[in-house]
Design a protein around this ligand. Structure first.
Ligand code: MN
Length: 328
């Protein structure tokens, strides 16, 4: 997935301390990705007042939900730096190819995680003759000491699951309810797919040092007495050792969390960095077709590369979290 927004703005995401217990909804932003297909994705991270949840810094839902059009589109070669991409398909199949030689198909229930480090390029194409691909695309910011490590790619076809009282969880990354994902993490983080049966009342153990948020993909659930439904990211803050979840009609959701990320980040287009200069250098290297940093992807021709959008004039907008009294 590439951020295909025509004029992405540069944002400085300032770090914050431990947020405490919260219950706050952050509505999805509809982002038209342009192009002939007129595709819209629903973006719930970053938000002006919630730039990150743990090290999770980007969350797009494409092609799922009643108002979303099927994505069904192919994402041509594009670069990333300073982050891990997490691809979690909900239906269909996606073919992933990258500049470290990967060429794999991913199915729902399987995880692709790509560590960009100092630089990587990849493409993601829908596999023809399957349901048009809906899915989630997330990015995890790499901490400073690993931001420029050599790029690498992992696919995990088997992920650990846990079950308790009407809830079935699949751990994408990190640990939850005693189960640990094999995916490589560079910060204390968790991500899990949750299937909640109709009529469930269950308590999910959480790491109280982490902040957490829930994205409901389908259905509806109640977390700690607050209703969460598709269309928003439901932010829970930190200091929760357990989370009571109930659902009348059943739900499919994603739980994300992690230790609050304590570094300032500059995010622009497909890059996560620490400064405008780093972003500018990565953009220049991509535009100059620097094969040292962004090698070609086998099977693609250079004219398929997505050109970088124009870099906006230097304008770092601090993104501070709101502080104060939790509402609701
Ligand atoms: Mn991408």
């Amino acid at each position: 997935m590439s951020d295909l927004e025509a004029n992405p703005q540069e944002a400085l995401c300032e770090s914050s301390g431990r947020p405490g217990r919260r219950a706050e909804r952050f509505p999805a932003r509809e982002v038209p990705l342009g192009g002939v297909r007129g595709v819209t994705v629903f973006r719930t991270l970053p938000q002006r007042d919630l730039p990150t949840v743990g090290a999770w810094c980007f969350l797009d839902n494409f092609g799922s939900g009643s108002t979303a059009r099927p994505h069904g589109s192919d994402i041509d070669p594009h670069p990333h730096i300073g982050l891990q991409t997490v691809t979690w398909p909900l239906n269909g199949r996606i073919r992933h190819r990258d500049s470290v030689g990967s060429d794999v198909e991913i199915w729902p229930g399987q995880l692709n995680i790509m560590t960009a480090g100092g630089g990587i390029a990849h493409s993601e194409y829908r596999v023809p003759d399957h349901e048009s691909g809906a899915g989630l695309q997330l990015w995890i910011a790499l901490p400073g000491e690993t931001a420029a490590i050599p790029p690498h790619f992992e696919q995990h076809r088997e992920l650990p699951e846990f079950k308790r009282d009407g809830l079935r969880g699949t751990v994408l990354i990190g640990s939850l309810d005693g189960q640990t994902s094999p995916a490589t993490a560079y910060t204390p983080i968790v991500g899990a797919d949750l299937r909640v049966d109709a009529g469930t009342a269950v308590t999910l153990p959480l790491n109280p040092d982490f902040e957490h948020a829930i994205l409901v993909i389908e259905g509806e659930l109640t977390a700690d007495g607050h209703t969460a439904a598709p269309g928003s990211l439901f932010y829970l803050g930190s200091d929760r050792a357990e989370l009571p979840i109930t659902s009348t009609a059943g739900a499919h959701a994603l739980l994300i969390g992690g230790e609050p990320f304590d570094e300032d980040l500059v995010m622009w287009w497909n890059f996560v960095a620490r400064s405008h200069e780093e972003i500018e250098a990565a953009r220049n290297d991509w535009e100059a077709h620097d094969l040292t940093r962004f090698p070609d992807i086998a099977g693609h021709t250079p004219d398929q590369r997505i050109p970088a959008p124009p870099l906006p004039p230097l304008h770092l907008k601090p993104r501070k979290r709101r502080c104060g009294v939790p509402h609701e």
